[in-house]
Design a protein around this ligand. Structure first.
Ligand code: MN
Length: 253
């Protein structure tokens, strides 16, 4: 039997579970809000073309408009000025969109400290227990924030949301073999990261190093600490800085 045959059999039988890490995409999906004078992303929005009516008697379809960074989405290196000479989202090699993932859970720490920042020592302690971060894989940073994902105000929390310290962001970008960082929050950086040095260090260091971001992930609590495989599917928007993405995880049960 071939590897792929075994895989589809295992998915059908449930011994490999497909966990959807994607938030539903609608006009209610929370989006980042930047202060004046910065531009802002669009909410996701649909416009009906026809629905079994005179505009199209046998078919239903919509147009949609969306920001590249709306909902569960993929950050490509050119999203940030530090990565401006790097890949756009259409240039990300397809083989890099299927990758191992590990979960680092700090959801307990954010309960009393929503602005909690992950430090290098936290990751090193995790590695001492679970092994090295995966080469070419994702570090999925669980904060419990997905539980707030249906409530704009609770999710954005007036800019007080968890993230990663500048030192740790730089270390992850330059000293670890990960391909990218996945988070549950609206962006890879903490809510207060505009005031960090440098500002938005996850974006600055990781994208500047040619690495990727995944945001607004859900169901990380259903993943094992190690051993999951993530399939991330951003649209190949030519010269795009990112894209809404369907993100799935394969988990052996
Ligand atoms: Mn983004």
């Amino acid at each position: 039997m071939s590897l792929l045959h075994d895989l589809v059999e295992a998915v059908a039988a449930g011994s490999v579970e497909v966990v959807d890490l994607t938030a539903p995409l609608s006009g209610d999906t929370p989006i980042l809000r930047l202060p004046e004078p910065f531009g802002n992303t669009w909410r996701f929005q649909t416009e009906e073309i026809s629905r079994y009516d005179e505009r199209g008697p046998g078919w239903y379809w919509n147009n949609f408009r969306s920001g590249e960074h709306t909902g569960t989405h993929f950050d490509a290196p050119i999203h940030w000025v530090t990565g401006r000479d790097g890949e756009d989202v259409a240039q990300v090699p397809a083989r890099k969109l299927i990758a191992p993932a590990v979960v680092l859970d700090r959801s307990a720490q954010t309960v009393d400290n929503p602005g909690y920042l992950l430090e290098i020592d936290d990751v090193k302690a995790w590695e001492a227990e679970h092994g090295p971060l995966p080469a070419g894989g994702w570090l999925l940073y669980r904060t419990g924030w997905d539980a707030r994902g249906d409530d704009d105000d609770a999710y954005l929390n007036a800019g007080n949301t968890p993230g990663i310290s500048p030192e740790c962001a730089k270390w992850l970008a330059t000293e670890t073999p990960i391909a990218g960082l996945g988070v549950e929050t609206v962006g890879t950086d903490a809510g207060a990261a505009h005031s960090f040095d440098p500002p938005f260090p996850c974006h600055s260091f990781l994208l500047g190093a040619g690495k990727y971001g995944l945001t607004q992930l859900r169901n990380l609590d259903r993943l094992p600490v190690t051993g999951a495989v993530v399939i991330a599917g951003p649209l190949p928007i030519v010269r795009g800085s990112g894209s809404p993405a369907r993100v799935l995880a394969l988990v052996e049960r």
